[in-house]
Design a protein around this ligand. Structure first.
Ligand SMILES: [Zn+2]
Length: 316
């Protein structure tokens, strides 16, 4: 039996899923990562975590056939190179080739958001659909595009960055250097910022009772208060949904996927988010959903989407 490792590499941890060739997840193993470790030690730690996962599952090293990996940054998947990852200060690192040296098997790499999208498309909420786009609403907006079952990464992996589409010209500054990017309005960070602002502007809002203090505001706070009918919270949620709908409608106009999948903590709101979002997206479609169906659903694999997608890179 051949086995495959799917790696979700991140700034805080490296997570390895070990799979057989029938898409059974045999075991998972994680280790902490840190910028301070430096590149060479990080490669070695990743190799050791893959070996550790094999040992944990009782799989001899000789049965490991290939390794897939999702990692942050701009990733040239064809050449296995981390072109740029600003958080770790990495430029042009041959991560795939260095892991191949350590593990003795082929390694394929893509961007972490792409890996999550591929995981959802092949094994999660998107498996009924040929084409789907995953938007993960978190600190920013992670996005991955799967068209006709294949990842669309753009030249040298530089595409599929939906979080940096401008949806408000001259709007909120973004670390990417532009203003008014999608993720400045429709990420969890943006929702939390706007919820706090609404609290300060509305001293009698239920937001105060629910959060206690502004520091306690999270992605659920505005939804909880809106459910109680709080006007300030409803406005925050409605504005958030409008911006999210603008970005989604742009993506639908370009790619017309069969499904948009939403991940990240906010997607846990389920229909409280999805029902108004479907309505708002529907108002913005170039070709309406009665003519060309469009599913708008919650992602299914949660934090494991990355390891499933990394597995799909080498054993689709
Ligand atoms: Zn940006």
């Amino acid at each position: 039996m051949n086995c495959y490792a799917g790696i979700d590499f991140g700034g805080m941890s490296v997570k390895v899923g070990l799979f057989d060739d029938r898409a059974n997840l045999l075991t998972k193993l994680s280790a902490a990562t840190s910028k301070e470790d430096g590149y060479a030690a990080t490669v070695e730690k990743t190799v050791q975590t893959v070996r550790g996962a094999c040992a944990k599952a009782g799989v001899p090293a000789a049965q490991l056939a290939a390794v897939g990996m999702g990692t942050p940054g701009v990733i040239d998947g064809e050449n296995g190179i981390v072109v740029r990852w600003t958080n770790y200060g990495w430029e042009d690192k041959p991560f795939a080739a260095d892991l191949e040296k350590g593990l003795g098997v082929p390694v394929r790499v893509t961007n972490d958001a792409n890996a999550a999208a591929l995981g959802e498309a092949k094994f999660g909420a998107g498996k009924k659909y040929k084409s789907s786009i995953l938007l993960t609403l978190g600190t920013g907006i992670g996005s991955g595009i799967v068209l006709d079952g294949k990842l669309f990464e753009g030249t040298c992996g530089g595409g599929a960055e939906a979080g940096h589409m401008v949806i408000e010209s001259g709007g909120v500054p973004c670390p990417c250097g532009r203003r008014g990017c999608f993720e400045q309005y429709a990420s969890a960070t943006a929702l939390i910022r706007d919820t706090k602002r609404a609290m300060f502007e509305n001293k009698n809002s239920a937001l105060w009772r629910i959060a206690g203090t502004p520091e306690n505001v999270d992605g659920r706070t505005a939804f909880l208060a809106a459910r109680e009918g709080d006007a300030a919270a409803r406005k925050v949620v409605d504005t958030f949904v409008q911006y999210l709908a603008d970005g989604i409608a742009n993506l639908v106009a370009l790619f017309r996927p069969e499904a948009i999948l939403l991940g990240g903590g906010i997607s846990g709101e389920g229909e409280a988010l999805l029902a108004p979002l479907r309505r708002r997206v529907g108002e913005r479609l170039y070709v309406d959903a009665a003519r060309i169906p469009l599913a708008l659903v919650r992602a299914a694999l949660g934090n494991d989407a990355g390891i499933w997608g990394a597995y799909a890179l080498v054993c689709g």
